[in-house]
Design a protein around this ligand. Sequence first.
Ligand SMILES: *[C@@H]1O[C@H](CO)[C@@H](O)[C@H](O)[C@H]1NC(C)=O
Ligand SMILES: *[C@@H]1O[C@H](CO)[C@@H](O)[C@H](O)[C@H]1NC(C)=O
Length: 387
Amino acid sequence: MLLLFLLFEGLCCPGENTAAPQALQSYHPAAEESLSFRMLQTSSFANHSWAHSEGSGWLGDLQTHGWDTVMGTIRFLKPWSHGNFSKQELKNLQSLFQLYFHGFIWIVQASAGQFQLEYPFEIQVLAGCRMNAPQIFLNMAYQGSDFLSFQGISWEPSPGAGIRAQNVCKVLNRYLDIKEILQSLLGHTCPRFLAGLMEAGESELKRKVKPEAWLSRGPSPGPGRLQLVCHVSGFYPKPVWVMWMRGEQEQRGTQRGDVLPNADETWYLRATLDVAAGEAAGLSCRVKHSSIEGHDLIIHWGGYSIFLILICLTVIVNLVILIVVDLRLKKQSSNKNVLSPRAPSPVFSMGANTQDTNNSRHHFCLVQVSWIKNRFLKWKTRLNQLS
Ligand SMILES: *[C@@H]1O[C@H](CO)[C@@H](O)[C@H](O)[C@H]1NC(C)=O
Ligand SMILES: *[C@@H]1O[C@H](CO)[C@@H](O)[C@H](O)[C@H]1NC(C)=O
């Protein structure tokens, strides 16, 4: 038993490996880009009689609004999504969007022939404002490629979008009313709304959520080579630094994936490293994030993660309980007439109304032993898989 205990301790808790050395300069997240309010629209046109639009509103990387296509209403996704606008002001905006979504589909369907838009097609619109100049933006994509944009006073075709985009811009530029509405909506209403929204949602925007990290093996890049994968997940805000290291040395071959959204408004990132199979030992993945300023997360290849340490601790605690109970039972069976005045240990009280007899204790002890055995085997296979 003692041997097992020591074995686990050696395997799971090799000294203070997880403490961050001081040498690495502290992490400075990239200067945050100016916060924006963005409205996204995706309209799909299946044929000349069928089209569908979706809309949403975003403060930075947080979705704050949705558009209910059936009801024609704004969905407020956060308790603070109203910003500081009055009910009346929001109702007016809602009516404007109703008109816009109807009008957009009607106009596109009516002019699809004129501009040689080929069914089925998709149009995406990104519009909004940011706190810093240039303050407003409106970009439109056709079939997933940049098509045209609104540049404050005129519509401009995107480079490479071709004659079709030029023709659409020529027509759009004739409608002064549309330009005026956009200038007012994006140039005045939007920044006002953005400022109010930032104030109302401040605590959520400034929240910090710590990353979790774990390692795995990716598909083999070739014979005798390994792909090490470091997963970092659940962090907020988005800026994060992840690097494969050998001691203090950054591994240049580290490949960073895209930062992907989790469903709970946190972020996920993976960083991979291809190495020769013999060189994996001694490598570690290091994570810096504003939520853990000065306490970098370091995970060593070979599986010394917090998760594994927790597993080991569980096993160790169970073993200790087992030893203690074992000793106690031996003691009791050596002087059978003495009933223990103490209550059974909490682990055993799972059996609720257990009679305080040696028999039932033995039974529970057996259950406990086989439970620990099972667990032990499970963790062991898991450890083997990971290392
Ligand atoms: C138009 O597309 C919709 C959706 O794909 C389809 O259900 C409908 O039958 C189509 N109508 C015509 C006239 O092709
Ligand atoms: C909302 O807040 C912004 C910024 O604090 C301010 O400019 C605006 O006047 C406020 N009220 C409304 C109704 O927009």
